[in-house]
Design a protein around this ligand. Sequence first.
Ligand SMILES: [Zn+2]
Length: 63
Amino acid sequence: MALTHCPECGREVSDLAAACIHCGYPLRATAPMTFWKTVGAILCALAIWTVAGFLLASLLHAF
Ligand SMILES: [Zn+2]
C-alpha cells in the first residue's frame, strides 16, 4: 500500500482507496468498472457473432 495525492483536494490518500477519504473524490473505482464493462461488451459481441455465424451456417447447409 502506498500513499498518493488526491487530484481534487491534494491531500494524501491510499492508492488502494476507491475514493478520497477527505473529499470523496473517486480515485480509481471508475477505471476498473470501465475496463470490465469493455471486456464484457467485447465478450457479448463475440458470443453474438458466434451464434449468428452458427445460425447462418446452419441456414446455408439447409438449402
Ligand atoms: Zn480529496
